[in-house]
Ligand binder design. Structure first.
Ligand SMILES: *[C@@H]1O[C@H](CO)[C@@H](O)[C@H](O)[C@H]1NC(C)=O
Length: 695
């Protein structure tokens, strides 16, 4: 236990931030707005609560802001939806359901096109009491993330806004039961009544099948939040010049993210003794079921998919399985014939490695695709709906969505990875047609990677606490500042690791700018067979890529895991954020806009797979290659100390393909070039008697 305390100290004293080290603080105007954003999300799931916002909402009519909505079409669309009627406050919002999504976008666009803060604020306050909370949360989240003038605003973590999608019904029910007993039954910390509820992952309660071993990974809050925010940033229905997402190579990024998720997941599987990610045939039995133990706000349970499920026999879905099959065929045909069809029937070529951008957009079928959206269809949406195992037909309006149908919960289900692996087959089919990397493509003349040393890699579980107060309704007349009176917390073990250093030696024949990239992959497959470098391509998980200034001669480079630029630390709890803001408003310590917790970063706790007590053999791959400046200089058009720069076209450090050099195949008999090096080591896991996480 003493060891753990030390780790915590180490972790909290580092200051690395997503892409930057600068910290900005909120000014008073900013804080007023930030306060409203925090307060509007407090108890957001409770349809009615008589605070001051409620009174404001009552006196608001959306027609009064008509001329403050800068996009006429957006206003009209909302107005039409409103007259027709939105889904009810206690209905279950399901973003993959066409009409739900249409309504959500109508709300989002009112917020996005609101001319000034007042219009945004008034509409948001009104919508909080009049629009379904699930829909409201997604619309406001997307509006805050996508409005350029909102850079820096902090949203509470999604798992604290919507605890229903992250904490099981045992925890939610327990919190509600405690609340019924009155706050007096709760311990008081300072002025705040506090209650902490421990939680375990689903496999503590039920072992559904061998895949349940990974519940601690698949149900990790940071992992699921990361996926959620990625989808909010690059939401398929946003596209075109207004959002500029295509500037960020969104199609290529989509494929890369999927490949990264799978590589990371495979390392976790090997850690617990599971083998390859299985493959499926839509027409045969799906052996792996999943039950989440989650429930929606209204008390309805998430559907369970039993083991040995058959998609096509469920709810007459068989014609949809046919359709899904058809969509896949069309994409394979496009790849194999080297082009896809645009809406007007013209050909769009897929003939060079960069065409991956168009292929990614086509598969996601997002608004920036140049393909015929009807012909290529919503493959991912269809697949997730069919696999999710909900009872009603996928087109039913009243269908209860399964975990794979919500962005907050999709990664819990083992079938999510199986389906994503299937999507990577498109990538492989495409890459198969592209030239293989030759030695001459990858060498870096005059630069040599001499050696790498790394600290011992050690993972462990520690306790993580989140604020789940939003899962508990409060008395109707609760006045403002509810967040400062009572706090329910959930406590759950999470994978973590001891920070480590990487010590590298390189030589260069001249002074030059270069890029170093670092991946980790398995050494053996689940049968204990050594995986050859060229065969391991898809299994490498990229953990860092950064720019270095090489000197002439010997170079010694040290890199700390806490500096890896893609990772972020755990979020400050909603309660602490709110408290910090109120302190700043009242003249105390300033409120930091902290990019060390940026929504777009991957949880640093999950950087390394669990490994094994006796050590999981892995190989780290390093490569140094010449710096190729991106077409727009990095961080142009946005401030990296407050923003992730989504849609700026200036997020990436160089112009190389994502995942380079593993984005393409290597020539047969490829040998590592001098600017590459493999470092073999082990990832150890430290068992802890006090925090048991079964697998
Ligand atoms: C969680 O698991 C541990 C053992 O791993 C057990 O002692 C504890 O009672 C469990 N708690 C809950 C709430 O399930």
């Amino acid at each position: 236990m003493r060891l753990c305390v030390l780790f915590v100290v180490l972790i909290t004293t580092v200051t690395a931030r997503y892409m930057t080290n600068e910290v900005k603080y909120a000014d008073s105007d900013f804080m007023v707005k930030q306060k409203a954003i925090f307060e509007i999300f407090a108890n957001i799931w409770q349809p009615e609560i008589h605070n001051s916002y409620y009174d404001e909402a009552k006196n608001f009519n959306y027609l009064t802001i008509k001329d403050k909505i800068t996009n006429e079409h957006a206003f009209e669309c909302f107005s039409n939806c409103y007259e027709k009627g939105f889904i009810g406050m206690e209905d279950i919002f399901s973003p993959l359901q066409k009409e739900h999504n249409h309504q959500m976008l109508a709300v989002f666009k009112m917020l996005y096109y609101a001319k000034d803060w007042d219009a945004f604020y008034n509409f948001m306050v009104w919508a909080r009491f009049n629009i379904n909370p699930g829909m409201f949360i997604q619309a406001v989240t997307m509006a805050v993330l996508h409005r350029d003038d909102f850079a820096g605003y902090i949203l509470p973590a999604i798992y604290e806004i919507s605890p229903y999608y992250f904490f099981n019904s045992y925890v939610i029910t327990k919190a509600r039961r405690i609340e019924m007993m009155g706050y007096e039954s709760m311990e008081k910390v300072g002025n705040v009544h506090t209650y902490t509820i421990p939680m375990n992952y689903t496999n503590y309660y039920i072992k559904t099948n061998p895949e349940s071993k990974l519940a601690y990974f698949m149900e990790d809050m940071g992992l699921n939040s990361y996926y959620y925010y990625w989808n909010m940033d690059y939401y398929g229905y946003l596209g075109g010049d207004q959002y500029d997402l295509k500037k960020d190579r969104r199609g290529e990024f989509y494929m890369y993210q999927i490949r990264q998720i799978l590589a990371r997941y495979y390392l976790e599987r090997l850690s617990v003794g599971l083998g390859e990610i299985p493959e499926i045939n839509f027409w045969s039995t799906i052996n792996t079921g999943y039950t989440s133990n989650l429930m929606f706000y209204n008390g309805v349970n998430f559907p369970t998919r039993t083991n040995y499920y058959m998609m096509h026999l469920n709810s007459d879905n068989s014609r949809y399985v046919d359709h899904l099959f058809g969509l896949e065929r069309r994409i394979f045909d496009a790849i194999d014939s080297g082009y896809f069809l645009k809406p007007n029937g013209e050909k769009m070529m897929l003939d060079k490695p960069e065409s991956i951008e168009y292929l990614g957009n086509l598969i996601q079928n997002n608004k920036d695709t140049m393909g015929n959206t009807y012909f290529y269809g919503l493959l991912e949406t269809f697949g997730r709906k069919l696999l999710s195992g909900s009872f009603e037909s996928i087109e039913s309006f009243t269908r209860i969505p399964g975990v794979m149908e919500l962005f907050e919960t999709a990664m819990r289900d083992p079938m999510f990875y199986v389906f994503y692996k299937r999507i990577t087959f498109f990538y492989e089919a495409f890459i198969n047609k592209m030239p293989r990397y030759k030695k001459s493509d990858l060498v870096f003349d005059g630069v040599k990677f001499e050696s790498v040393e790394m600290d011992k890699l050690l993972t462990y579980f520690d306790m993580f606490t989140a604020d789940i107060t939003n899962a508990v309704d409060v008395a109707l007349d609760t006045q403002d500042n509810i967040k400062s009176k009572v706090e329910f917390k959930a406590q759950v073990p999470r994978l973590n690791h001891v920070p480590f250093n990487v010590h590298m030696k390189l030589t260069s024949n001249k002074v030059q700018k270069a890029v170093i990239t670092m991946f980790v992959g398995p050494k053996y497959d689940s049968f204990g067979k050594y995986i050859d470098f060229t065969q391991n391509r898809n299994n490498y998980w990229e953990i860092d890529r950064w720019i270095v200034d090489l000197k002439k001669g010997a170079n010694v480079i040290d890199r700390k895991s806490t500096e890896f630029s893609w990772f972020v630390k755990d979020r400050t709890t909603y309660y602490e954020l709110y408290k910090g803001l109120m302190t700043a408003i009242n003249g105390g310590d300033k409120f930091p806009l902290d990019m060390s917790e940026a929504h777009c970063g991957f949880p640093s706790r999950l950087m390394l797979p669990r490994g094994r007590v006796g050590g999981l053999p892995v190989q780290f791959f390093f490569m140094v290659y010449p710096y190729h400046a991106p077409s727009v200089e990095r961080f142009t058009g946005f401030d990296p100390s407050v923003s992730c720069g989504v849609g700026s076209g200036a997020r990436y450090l160089d112009s190389m393909p994502f995942g380079y050099p593993f984005n393409r195949q290597f020539e047969y008999h490829f040998k590592l070039t001098e600017n590459m090096i493999l470092h073999e080591t082990f990832i150890h896991h430290k068992a802890n008697d006090e925090i048991m996480v079964p697998y």
